[in-house]
Design a protein around this ligand. Structure first.
Ligand SMILES: Cc1cc2nc3c(=O)[nH]c(=O)nc-3n(C[C@H](O)[C@H](O)[C@H](O)COP(=O)(O)OP(=O)(O)OC[C@H]3O[C@@H](n4cnc5c(N)ncnc54)[C@H](O)[C@@H]3O)c2cc1C
Length: 506
């Protein structure tokens, strides 16, 4: 359990209007207004850590989290030891300047030997740790930071749901920002870092359709004799299928996506040099794909696996994505994204083996098809789908699948459709705007959020999956840890510039 330097009770009634609230009644009551980080998953926790490194010691940082747990976020809150990370432990250091930080922590914790019961798996491609273990690693980093800064109380935790950020102006000039929490509590802050993660769809009361694959609802008891449909065939589906099995569901699981593409598995691959791309290749998805195919063929000729080539693109993916014209980005999202995702984000070998066994014994069926309609019935859902056309059946007729539960695991929602109250308020105020593809919020090269008018919001930054529309390759630990450090440098620079301006106390 993390010690909380400043405790405030989270309130549980989010809403969009806040009459009669008192100003500045937050837990931070002395000195300079803090920089607030909204969201304490991996992105927010790492941004906080890097801010503590970059900011002067008298500049407080307030880390706000609406759930019960700080540091782990959606991805690493999984408590059991068999839910594995899909990235090798060697690549999972939280600190960009200390690549062995996680493996050192693991060694200290485990001694030399690992094994399923300890949450560490040695495989032919390296060590994989469990997500629960990784969550504990992140909490230990935050604990250390709390201990280190206890004297100055530089780091403060706020367990509450931030529902709005109001600009504070005097004489027409922006003076700072005010956080509004769900119970109406307000806190003046000198900057805001948005680290709210993927913002999964909100659940309705209906047990038959789970819109948020991470909601506990997905695990509610099931009838062993009737199938479950998972919509999506990527890593989230893999997690769900294995999770259902682990929780004792013995029945049939159907996984469906338009292409029916299953995540590939990690396998040994020698490194391949990042290709030097031409300008023409950098501006066209078709030409980029053709180049990648040629690289894969060349690599294969030298005995290097395709995975080495895909991995070689990592250092340049964000730059390539930001440089692509809008219509090319749309083309990628429509035609290539799924192919890229299943090759880029791979299964840990123990998971891949388990999925193979489930497919062989028929308990997991992976299908390609488009869902046409879902009709809820008293005891389940009747799903009408159109199988993907193939040579033997070029225009397939609709078919029906009767299932007891549908779990949506098809990935990114359009942010413009979100019903997240904080996001809606930020959009309404024009403090942020969506990126051109509507996948997340738009930021500049320093991760400063762009306002509705396209100018940088001087005191608002963002990182993690919420900026995927701008950076694309920004959802995994190796990418987010670098963003966190870049962002902290930007905030620190702004603090230096604005010291006098920011000295208002609350
Ligand atoms: C299941 C899963 C497994 C993954 N496995 C790996 C892996 O093995 N390796 C890898 O590199 N990457 C992995 N990733 C990807 C990556 O690590 C995650 O995308 C990353 O952890 C995202 O962190 P985040 O902090 O941005 O988002 P989240 O983890 O979603 O955290 C956001 C936090 O913000 C809080 N929040 C949101 N809104 C508010 C608000 N208004 N007020 C207060 N709090 C708020 C939420 O409660 C949440 O705790 C995985 C992702 C998932 C989902």
């Amino acid at each position: 359990m993390l010690p909380s330097v400043e405790q405030a009770s989270p309130s549980d009634t989010p809403g969009r209007s806040f009459p009669q609230r008192a100003r500045a009644t937050g837990p931070v009551a002395d000195g300079r207004a803090p920089v607030a980080v909204i969201g304490a998953g991996f992105s927010g926790t790492m941004a906080t850590l890097q801010l503590l490194r970059s900011l002067p010691a008298d500049q407080p940082v307030l880390l706000c989290e609406r759930s019960a747990e700080f540091a782990a976020g959606v991805a690493y809150a999984a408590g059991d030891n068999e839910h594995l990370l899909n990235v090798r432990a060697a690549n999972m250091s939280a600190l960009p300047d200390n690549p062995s930080h996680f493996t050192d922590w693991l060694s200290r914790r485990m001694g030399a030997s690992g094994g399923p019961s300890s949450g560490v798996y040695e495989t032919e491609v390296g060590l994989f740790a469990s997500r629960g273990l990784y969550g504990r690693y992140l909490r230990s980093i935050l604990d250390d930071a709390l201990r280190r800064t206890a004297g100055s109380a530089q780091l403060r935790l706020l367990p509450d749901h931030v529902v709005d950020v109001e600009p504070c102006c005097s004489a027409g000039n922006l003076d700072g920002l005010t956080l509004v929490c769900s119970g109406g509590q307000t806190i003046d802050v000198s900057g805001v870092v948005i680290a709210v993660g993927n913002l999964p769809a909100e659940e309705a009361g209906d047990d038959r359709i789970c819109r948020n694959p991470w909601d506990a609802k997905a695990w509610r008891p099931l009838d062993p004799d009737r199938p479950v449909l998972i919509v999506g065939t990527g890593l989230t589906m893999v997690d769900l299928a294995l999770g259902l099995r682990r929780r004792g569901f013995p029945g049939r699981i159907v996984a469906m996506s338009r292409g029916g593409l299953l995540a590939t598995r990690h396998a040994p691959a020698a490194p391949w040099p990042t290709p030097a791309l031409t300008q023409a290749e950098e501006s066209s998805v078709a030409r980029l794909t053709a180049r990648l195919r040629r690289e894969i063929a060349a690599a294969s000729g030298q005995g290097v696996d395709w995975r080495g080539v895909i991995d070689s693109m990592r250092p340049v993916t964000a730059r390539l994505w930001s440089g692509l014209p809008d219509q090319e980005r749309r083309r990628f999202l429509r035609h290539l994204r799924r192919h890229w995702d299943v090759h880029r984000h791979r299964m840990a070998p123990p998971h891949a083996d388990h999925i193979d066994r489930m497919r062989q014994d028929g308990s997991l069926q992976v299908m390609a098809g488009r869902i046409v309609a879902m009709d809820t019935r008293a005891d389940g859902v009747s799903v009408t789908y159109r199988p993907r056309a193939c040579a033997s059946d070029p225009s397939p007729a609709n078919r029906t699948l009767e299932v007891q539960r549908v779990i949506m695991a098809s990935g990114v929602e359009q942010l413009s459709r979100t019903n997240d109250v904080l996001m809606q308020n930020l959009f309404d105020r024009g403090i942020v705007r969506t990126d051109t593809q509507g996948l997340g919020i738009e930021v500049d090269a320093n991760l400063n959020a762009l306002q509705a008018d396209g100018t940088a919001a001087r005191y608002v930054w963002a990182l993690g999956p919420i900026v995927r529309g701008v950076l694309w390759e920004c959802v995994a630990v190796p990418d987010i840890r670098v963003q966190a450090s870049l962002l902290a440098d930007g905030v620190a620079e702004r603090v230096r510039q604005d010291l006098a301006h920011w000295s208002f106390a609350i």
